[in-house]
Design a protein. Structure first.
Ligand code: ZN
Ligand code: ZN
Ligand code: ZN
Ligand code: ZN
Lengths: 107, 107
DNA sequence: TGCAGTCCAACGTACAAAAAG
DNA sequence: TCTTTTTGTACGTTGGACTGC
């Protein structure tokens, strides 16, 4: 949180103004998961993400998973990842996790 | 944390600005944590220790924790305690805290 | 001032439920 | 059907930020 404190004094008047700025770490509710759009419960592995994507990324990393997208042709690697489809293709889900800048060390 | 306080005074106006900045050399002492070798932020419970070991010791003492090392045979009670392994065995971490002379009363 | 206590976001482990095979 | 794997929630732990003495 940023904190600035200004005191301005003229002849007979003193004004003290305290600014508290909302910064990155402050609690902001209802920010959706950057991977699937579901409701996030805060930051996980560097980005706002839901418990599902957070757990999926954690398991994939800890076990060094390599997934393959089973779609064919132009559809390959382009599976939709939202709350209802996120479990249909692990390859595309993990890809989207990385694209959303998820990382092991929480940035 | 470094703290700079500037006061600028002209004829009829004084401006006081308080900057709170995070500075590099501040809490980063050259003396490492005697338990895990991570950088310490000063003395905690009697010895130079990092925030992690300090918090771990505090929680263990306040809640009278008793941990058991899960290693077998000759390895029992000899788990390596450094920055990357300190969370893998609470028993050995706490043991090392005591061996480094950590104590409740900070002396 | 430095350090102990408090707070809490983010983490890891465990597990019931669901899905896969 | 049965067995194995995966999912996502629950819950305890970690450690950095903050408060107070
Ligand atoms: Zn998600
Ligand atoms: Zn796919
Ligand atoms: Zn330490
Ligand atoms: Zn051990």
């Amino acid at each position: 949180m940023n904190l600035f404190h200004f005191i301005i004094i003229s002849n007979t008047i003193a004004v003290s103004v305290l600014f508290l700025g909302l910064a990155e770490g402050d609690r902001l509710l209802d920010i959706p998961c950057k991977v699937c759009g579901d409701r996030s419960s805060g930051k996980h592995y560097g980005i706002y993400s839901c418990d599902g994507c957070s757990g999926f990324f954690k398991r994939s990393i800890h076990r060094s998973r390599v997934y393959t997208c089973k779609a064919a042709g132009d559809l390959k690697g382009r599976c939709p990842i939202d709350k209802t489809h996120r479990n249909q293709c692990r390859a595309c889900r993990l890809k989207k996790c990385f694209e959303a800048a998820m990382n092991k060390d929480g940035k």
